[in-house]
Write a protein that binds this ligand. Sequence first.
Ligand code: 5GP
Length: 184
Amino acid sequence: MNLPKSKVVFSAEELNARIKELGAQITADLNDGKPIVCVCVLRGAVLFFADLMKYIDSDQVVFDFVTLCSYENALAVGGNMQTTGKIKLIQDMRESVEGKHVLVVEDIVDSGNTVAYLRQYFENKNAIDVKIACLLDKPMTRKVPVDVDYVAFTLERPAYIIGYGLDDDQKYRNLNAIYEMVTD
Ligand code: 5GP
């Protein structure tokens, strides 16, 4: 396969070991016999979701899927132009979450806009609680404060990531490791 200039940041083995730990932690935390609706945020979280689900040891897990789109809006605030992240739900859930645990499985928490939106969305639907799991946290680029309950890995530098579900122009999602794109 031809890849853009990039380097491996987390190997397939590292991903598997860490996701196994997260699965055990989630199993212990949500083990009260109530249903757990696990929500995959398409498309970037799809491989993380598939692997994480295999490590949650519970007969109460159900799967659901949402697709969001985010876009930047230019806003005039006090005479200055500013950009704000706007999130739109373009494919909604099929399961009810009322009286159930919700586990949102997201690829990357970057600005925090997507996770903030999803937490509010599920809290408004009367879930017992809403937990967020993410593959990669990028705290440096946060624009809104968010609580992320389960973080597989944290990246403390600016980077554009591909592989293991994450794309560059819809490509490279099928790589089995996480890569950082590098410039010369
Ligand atoms: P947010 O800014 O709302 O926290 O994150 C929005 C989305 O931007 C993430 O779910 C992810 O799909 C995308 N994103 C953020 N950083 C990266 C990155 O380094 N690589 C890729 N492929 N997508 C990213």
